[in-house]
Write a protein that binds this ligand. Structure first.
Ligand code: LCS
Length: 393
């Protein structure tokens, strides 16, 4: 294990410092479903229960474990678990901590399917939920019940970019023995470490900034304690939410450049947000780096930078937004985020389309909301593209 004193980017590149026994600089892809018991460390034949080596890839795989250790290290956690997708991580978490009669409190603007899974599926098994604006601490306090077992935050939230006060919510939650999980996808561990603020579990869609190249889907959970780690790992294994080793290899490769990618995308995003805020056809912009963001000061306290995600609305509303999205040339009209290319999308009809009208309204997912995931292209090119598309609105 590399010392925590080593800088973030060095730890990203060198990982946990454990080298492959054959000297491969890059952790190889162990593309196998099963492992010979004979090859376990003992050097002799052994049977399940006697083996301390790898057994079966759903249970554990060296390529996956290398990624898990690196992500846990980035989040200053006890241990990490990688999953088939971000939603695989969400489902593993819910399965492990929720059950009939249990209650979850969450942000009304979390990633749509993370809410949809509770309201559409877990509710059938007796799980109760309350969705509030977790950027307002009083709403969180009022939502807590005697059977609340988890507070699930997403900050900044998708797609409203609202910021929740992690340390303040953790303090209240822990007084009631409630676990706090934070979806840290929008920041990545480069910009925010929720476990250091007291959260119990951190969740990531690795599909986004951590992999960063829009070529896989994946998820991760990192825990502060061994107890939570074992609980989540056994649930991931039994529910079959495991990652494939080839997927893990690609994510590990992407992770190495997380710092420089986020630095560059964020540099661009700061310019894009200022450009949009000053544009006469833009009605509003939500970006943590702007003084106009309602939680600008809180963002500066929790995050090491404002990130690369921006939401905005045009004065001409939905129709104007559609024209803008149909006329961009460099930016790509697509869902997902956190990759090297700038993506633009319309949450109300795309990522959050399955939510009820009422849930969208409650969560502030307005029809005019356009979401930008700023990439690492030349900032001048992104600005020029948005400018020419806005001229056509
Ligand atoms: N958490 C957040 C904050 C997300 O944005 C997403 C996906 C997930 C979890 C789920 O991860 P996945 O299973 O897709 O790896 N967000 C998407 C989005 O905004 N556009 O497309 C997917």
């Amino acid at each position: 294990m590399k010392s925590k004193e080593t800088g973030f980017n060095s730890r990203l590149v060198h990982g946990t410092g454990k080298r492959d026994p054959l000297g491969s600089v890059i952790t190889p892809i162990y593309q196998t479903s099963t492992f010979s018991f004979e090859s376990a460390e003992h050097g002799a034949k052994c049977f399940a229960g006697e083996s301390d080596g790898y057994i079966y890839t759903r249970i554990g795989n060296p390529t996956n474990n290398d990624l898990e250790k690196s992500i846990a290290d980035m989040e200053n956690g006890f241990g990490g678990i990688v999953t088939s997708s971000g939603m695989g991580a969400v489902n593993t978490l819910y399965l492990a901590y929720l059950g009939a009669g249990k209650h979850i409190v969450s942000h009304n603007a979390v990633y749509g399917p993370a809410r949809g899974l509770i309201e559409g599926t877990y509710s059938k098994f007796g799980v109760e939920s309350t969705y509030v604006d977790t950027t307002e601490i009083n709403q969180v306090i009022q939502a807590i019940r005697s059977n609340t077992s988890m507070i699930y935050l997403e900050t900044p939230a998708n797609p409203t970019i609202g910021i929740s006060d992690i340390p303040a919510i953790v303090e209240i939650a822990h007084q009631h023995n409630i676990k706090v999980c934070v979806d840290n996808t929008f920041c990545s561990p480069y910009l925010q470490n929720p476990l250091d603020m007291g959260a119990d579990i951190v969740l990531h869609s690795l599909t986004k900034f951590i992999n960063g190249h829009a070529d896989i889907v994946g998820g991760a959970l990192v825990t502060k304690t061994e107890e939570d780690y074992l609980k989540l790992r056994s649930m991931m294994v039994i529910s079959g939410c495991n990652m494939d080793p080839h997927q893990a290899f690609l994510v590990r490769r992407g992770l190495k450049t997380l710092g420089i990618r986020v630095d560059r995308a964020q540099e661009n995003a700061i310019k894009v947000a200022s450009f949009l805020e000053a544009h006469p056809k833009v009605a509003w912009v939500m970006y943590p780096g702007l003084k106009s963001h309602p939680q600008h000061e809180l963002a500066k306290r929790l995050m090491r930078g404002p990130g690369a995600m921006i939401s905005f609305g045009l004065s001409g509303g939905l129709e104007a937004g559609k024209k803008l999205m149909n006329n961009v040339k460099l930016c790509i009209l697509a869902v997902s985020l956190g990759g090297i290319e700038t993506l633009i999308q319309h949450p109300a009809s795309m990522t959050h389309s399955k939510l009820s009208k009422e849930a969208k309204k409650q969560g502030g997912i307005s029809d005019d909301l356009v979401r930008l995931s700023v990439g690492i292209e030349e900032s001048e090119d992104i600005l020029e593209d948005l400018s020419q598309a806005l001229d056509l609105v």
